[in-house]
Ligand binder design. Structure first.
Ligand SMILES: N[C@@H](CCC(=O)N[C@@H](CS)C(=O)NCC(=O)O)C(=O)O
Length: 220
């Protein structure tokens, strides 16, 4: 297998997390320059986006959620899905809430802080939305350990890039207090660092962030 991926892409990071946690080998491929608008890349990725999984027969699959579920179905062991229907629903709930209420609140905030003239009312509204999302997520996390308790599941594969992006946001915006009311997700960073697969994803994203900041600094 091959995976079109970039170190800092949170969507590609999910798939890398699933590959590493399952012990699956995949060659990492960087997409071409301007892949989002490249007509030749559309032959590989109909959405023009990464991640793209290239199977050994050359067929491709896009959308991080679909790829992670495909890996689970095609390579069931070790499983990242809990056995009981109730626990699996909880895992899916965590991933859905993390995406819908945390990731979707977080991403616009980067743009709001990345301007000379700050729109303070939009920032305050955005921070309130993020705080609400973090509260919803924190309430769903297990009191300690992985997102759903003792075993790594697809929920952890989802949460790792989100937790990384949140750390990046807190540093970028100088808003360390964002996690103050959300102790479980605050402590979750230690879970990531203590797990070989999740920790690897975190370090790769960190390397990607450093490279991004350096190229941004040299361009300005
Ligand atoms: N829903 C997609 C989102 C993928 C996505 O937005 N990837 C970004 C990289 S982080 C991308 O390829 N952007 C290219 C573009 O928008 O032109 C998924 O979950 O895979």
């Amino acid at each position: 297998m091959k995976l079109y991926s970039l170190p800092l892409s949170p969507f590609a990071a999910r798939v890398r997390g699933a590959l590493y946690a399952k012990g699956l080998a995949a060659e990492m491929l960087a997409p071409p320059e301007s892949f989002g608008t490249s007509s030749s890349f559309r032959k590989v990725s109909p959405t023009g986006r990464i991640p793209v999984l290239v199977r050994d027969d050359g067929t491709t699959l896009v959308e991080s959620g679909v790829i992670v579920e495909y890996l689970e179905d095609a390579f069931p062991e070790p499983s990242l899905r809990p056995k009981s229907a109730e626990a699996l629903a909880q895992v899916r709930l965590i991933t859905q809430v993390a995406d819908a209420y945390v990731m979707n609140a977080l991403m616009p905030l980067f743009a709001l802080f990345d301007t000379k003239e700050k729109d303070t009312s939009a920032i305050e509204a955005g921070l309130a939305r993020l705080d609400d999302g973090l509260g919803k997520l924190d309430a769903l996390l297990a009191p300690k350990g992985y997102a759903n308790g003792e075993r790594l599941t697809t929920a952890d594969v989802w949460l790792t890039p989100i937790r990384f992006s949140l750390d990046g946001f807190m540093a970028f915006a100088g808003r360390k207090e964002v996690l103050a009311k959300h102790p479980r997700f605050a402590a979750y960073r230690d879970v990531i660092e203590g797990d070989p697969a999740l920790g690897r994803v975190w370090r790769e994203m960190n390397d990607g962030l450093k490279a991004f900041m350096e190229s941004r600094a040299s361009a300005s």
